[in-house]
Design a protein around this ligand. Structure first.
Ligand code: ZN
Length: 265
């Protein structure tokens, strides 16, 4: 059971405390910004430098309004050129809206998927894979059929912990998984420990951070580039990990994921 390593491309402005959530956000979505944050640029460089220290495959979950921000399209193109066989590009929404926090809106969700997918295909070409991760993990059962209808074959939004059950639009993680299965979408839930979150923000939030780092150190080897399509197979079990581009900006751009054996070749 190898590890599927995934990275989300949120910049600061995408975070729910800024926009995209009905109660957590202080601002309404005002369109993409003109520039990437300094930390995003540092993190992007750190992520690619870390890629040089291992040989695994990695999927980038891209928020597509970034293509309207100066420089992002070029950054992605040059990363795909540098690691043509090891990077795949997937969908993390167009504006990072927390869909399930707003109630059912199939039409809105589907038109976002159409727009976002078009941009991913035109910028990432063959590196694009129809995989989805819900912004901030806000996923509900009604989203499954919409994903399938837009050609998505893998979802990786489920964080099967009681601590974040409220993100399922008033249902449960089991209901989300059942809806994905009924829609023919492979669900790749995130790794947990003792039913507690250990990915993304949990890596840095005390007291979860200690548990999370320990769990990451025990994670299996990364998928090899030629095994990337295993992600799409119902019969293959994987350990799914995720962090953010911005995480690679921590410690002055020297942070690397706390995996055993992937710090150096
Ligand atoms: Zn995100």
């Amino acid at each position: 059971m190898p590890t599927w390593f995934t990275v989300d491309t949120d910049d600061f402005r995408h975070l729910p405390k800024h926009q995209g959530h009905p109660t957590r956000s202080k601002e309404v979505y005002a369109g993409p910004s003109d520039t990437l944050s300094e930390a995003f640029l540092v993190g992007w460089k750190g992520l690619l430098d870390w890629m040089d220290l291992h040989e695994g495959a990695l999927t980038l979950f891209v928020i597509t309004d970034l293509f309207e921000t100066k420089g992002f399209g070029e950054l992605l193109a040059s990363a795909l050129e540098r690691f043509p066989k090891r990077l795949t590009v997937a969908c993390h929404g167009h504006t990072h809206r927390s869909w399930s926090a707003w109630g059912e809106d199939k039409a809105g969700f589907e038109s976002m998927l159409t727009r976002s997918t078009e941009r991913l295909k035109s910028h990432a070409g063959r590196a694009f894979r129809p995989y989805f991760r819900a912004p901030s993990g806000y996923i509900a059962p009604w989203m499954a059929a919409s994903l399938a209808s837009k050609g998505y074959i893998v979802d990786t939004s489920v964080n099967p912990s009681w601590l974040v059950k409220h993100k399922t639009g008033g249902t449960s993680w089991a209901a989300v998984c059942a809806a994905m299965e009924a829609a023919g979408v492979v669900e790749r839930p995130w790794m947990t420990r003792w039913r507690l979150p250990v990915n993304g923000p949990a890596l840095f939030r005390f007291p979860l951070s200690g548990l999370a780092r320990k769990a990451w150190r025990k994670a299996p080897r990364l998928l090899k580039p030629e095994e990337e399509r295993w992600v799409e197979r119902h019969d293959v079990e994987l350990c799914t990990l995720y962090c953010h581009v911005l995480d690679f900006a921590r410690n002055n751009g020297t942070w690397t994921p706390p995996l055993a054996g992937h710090r150096a070749k």
